[in-house]
Design a protein. Structure first.
Length: 157
């Protein structure tokens, strides 16, 4: 599916893709704080498998979003990722039993701690809906595909 979104969508792609890429890399560089250790503390099963998998997914999808390649697919994967992060790590703040955020509870603490996740979710939803924009590999591939003559075209002349 192509995109008719303006080239300015590149700004959304830059912030969404860069954050996913950097967070994915940090899961490997700081496993105790942001990778396996964080997943274990949050009560996520099989943290030794799921944290690196999540990091790899964030890296791959971040790069795809930055490049504007398979943008809607990458955005869909990151929507699932962000919904999981919000449900597992941030939603428990509302009732005060969030293992990652001792002593924090209620709406204000939830809004504060989930601000980046919510921004990433909204940015990913936006990219899913509008596509990568005119300044993207998706758009370039769509233009190249439409420039190829159809096999069923009747020659003029």
């Amino acid at each position: 599916m192509g995109t008719s979104a303006p080239g300015a969508v590149v700004l959304i792609r830059l912030y969404v893709g860069a954050i996913f890429l950097s967070e994915g890399v940090l899961k490997f560089l700081r496993p105790d704080q942001l990778g396996t250790g964080r997943f274990d503390k949050a009560g996520i099963p099989a943290p030794g498998f799921l944290a690196p998998l999540d990091g790899l997914l964030e890296i791959v999808c971040g790069v795809l979003i930055l490049a504007g390649l398979l943008t809607r697919l990458a955005a869909a994967a990151m929507i699932v990722n962000m919904l999981g992060a919000l449900l597992i790590t941030k939603l428990p703040i509302l009732w005060g039993n969030a293992p990652l955020f001792d002593g924090k509870s209620g709406w204000r603490d939830f809004a504060h701690e989930s601000r980046t996740d919510l921004a990433q979710l909204c940015g990913s939803l936006f990219l899913l809906l509008v596509g990568a924009g005119a300044c993207s590999l998706d758009a370039r591939l769509a233009r190249a595909g439409s420039a190829v003559p159809s096999e069923t075209a009747v020659p003029q002349g």
